[in-house]
Design a protein around this ligand. Sequence first.
Ligand SMILES: [Cu+2]
Length: 180
Amino acid sequence: MARFLGLAFVGVIAVALLHCAVEATVHVVGDNQGWKIPQPANAYETWISGKTFMVGDILTFNFATNEHDVVEVPKESYDACTGSNPIGQVITNGPANVTLQSAGTKYYICTIGQHCANGQKLSITVSSATAGPPTSGPSASMVPPTTPSGGSGPTPDSSSPVALSGALLSLFAVIVGLLF
Ligand SMILES: [Cu+2]
């Protein structure tokens, strides 16, 4: 019994860990519009409203290779729409997934043509993930006990042979009664 409880405990922990590992959110920039010169020009400012960006989350920039690119830049470059001070590599292959590595305000622009000046720019504030998700505990412990499914199966199976043998017995008694 103690051994079973130990195994069950390990199972709950494993499920909880798995739950935490899958916690990262994927944010598709601009939703269906993707990463382009947005309509309207402030569409990405609208897109970020109400969203929470955490360290470890992923930004998906959906764009066709050679039509757009994406690069993180400092605030000054974001405001001036210049890619001359890139933070890391310019990502030229779309779609692109960018993992948010650290907390703070991040600035992304497209460096092609006048795209940035026409609104293809994104600034988000990333929060650190230190404030853990306390609500995942109860929901994770709710997951494991879902195995018993064939509980009602054996009962009709075991009762029907009994009923059958009872019918045979009464049939036998009738035959015996008729014979004698
Ligand atoms: Cu572009």
